[in-house]
Design a protein around this ligand. Structure first.
Ligand SMILES: [Zn+2]
Length: 302
């Protein structure tokens, strides 16, 4: 397992008290202590990678210089601080490098420990703490640069990845499946949303869904579809906010449920899997869940 990260990701600084804070990176780092991982610096992302998913006008807006001590509100909960763009570009560079490394056979799996997260960012709209659609950018890298024909993206963050869905709505070469609590922000993610090529699968979870129930639903719905798809590469939007302790949602998964999910996803990945950090806002739960997830995948990928 290769882990991509960078200290620039600490410099995205929404106003005080924001749940998507730099301490999340430190929690993930603590969670991964003691695991045998290859750690690499995430390179800065290339603008051409961003432009596979977002228009130039949007990129230019995200590059707006922000004065020291200032913070621009992009919407009610999404902020641009002086270091935000640089941080988001490390996430883009991390996913690009991770996809390249796994497809080059350097390792079977990689994890991008970066922030801000990405799966709520739509084509020309920052939202839900997210600036760039990191996971979708990784999908496009695999398809357009490496020429793959079948890439899967699985999103188990507790919130629906409306941004990934928007960016990949018309992408016939990608199977996108996600589970999300409903009702919950951002309000999308119902089973009726299936993509332009019937290539999107949304699984809505009721509040209080626990790990046992989640496992049954994944075994019934998402995992068979993933198995049938036979991806050449699996990208995972790994959000850990379905944990019972998370303050932003009401699911009841435990850290061992993320370990189970990581194992099952890796088993169906075709041996090439890249995960990228999305949500997770209770710091001890985030540390424990990330450790369980990465540990389980690493054990299988050896
Ligand atoms: Zn989330």
């Amino acid at each position: 397992m290769i882990v991509y990260s960078h200290s620039d990701c600490l410099d995205h600084q929404p106003p005080g008290g924001h749940p998507e804070c730099a301490a999340r990176m430190q929690a993930v780092g603590q969670g991964l202590e003691g695991l045998s991982l290859e750690r690499r610096e995430a390179p800065p992302g290339e603008e051409a990678e961003v432009l596979r998913c977002h228009p130039q006008s949007y990129l230019d807006r995200m590059k707006t210089p922000v004065a020291p001590q200032d913070c621009i509100a992009l919407d009610g909960d999404t902020w641009l601080s002086p270091g935000s763009h640089r941080a988001a570009m490390r996430a883009v560079g991390g996913i690009t490098a991770a996809v390249d490394a796994v497809l080059a056979g350097e390792d079977a799996t990689a994890f991008v420990a970066a922030r801000p997260p990405g799966h709520h960012a739509e084509t020309a709209r920052a939202m839900g703490f997210c600036l760039y659609g990191t996971a979708a950018i990784g999908v496009k890298r695999a398809l357009d640069h490496h020429g793959l024909a079948r890439v899967a993206l699985i999103d188990f963050d507790v919130h629906h990845g409306n941004g990934s869905q928007d960016l990949l709505w018309d992408e016939a070469r990608c199977f996108l499946a996600g589970s999300q609590q409903m009702p919950l922000f951002p309000g999308t993610g119902s089973a009726e949303e299936r993509g332009a090529h019937n290539q999107i699968l949304n699984l809505a979870l009721r509040p209080s869904t626990d790990g046992a129930h989640m496992r049954r639903l994944y075994e019934q719905r998402i995992l068979p579809a993933l198995s049938d798809y036979r991806p050449e590469l699996l990208i995972v939007s790994a959000g850990f906010d379905a944990h019972a302790r998370d303050p932003l949602a009401q699911l009841e998964w435990q850290s061992e449920d993320f370990a189970w999910l990581g194992s099952r996803l890796f088993e169906l990945s075709g041996g090439r899997m890249v995960s990228t950090l999305e949500g997770g806002y209770d710091l001890p739960a985030l540390a424990a869940s990330t450790a369980a997830y990465i540990g389980a995948i690493s054990a299988l990928a050896k």
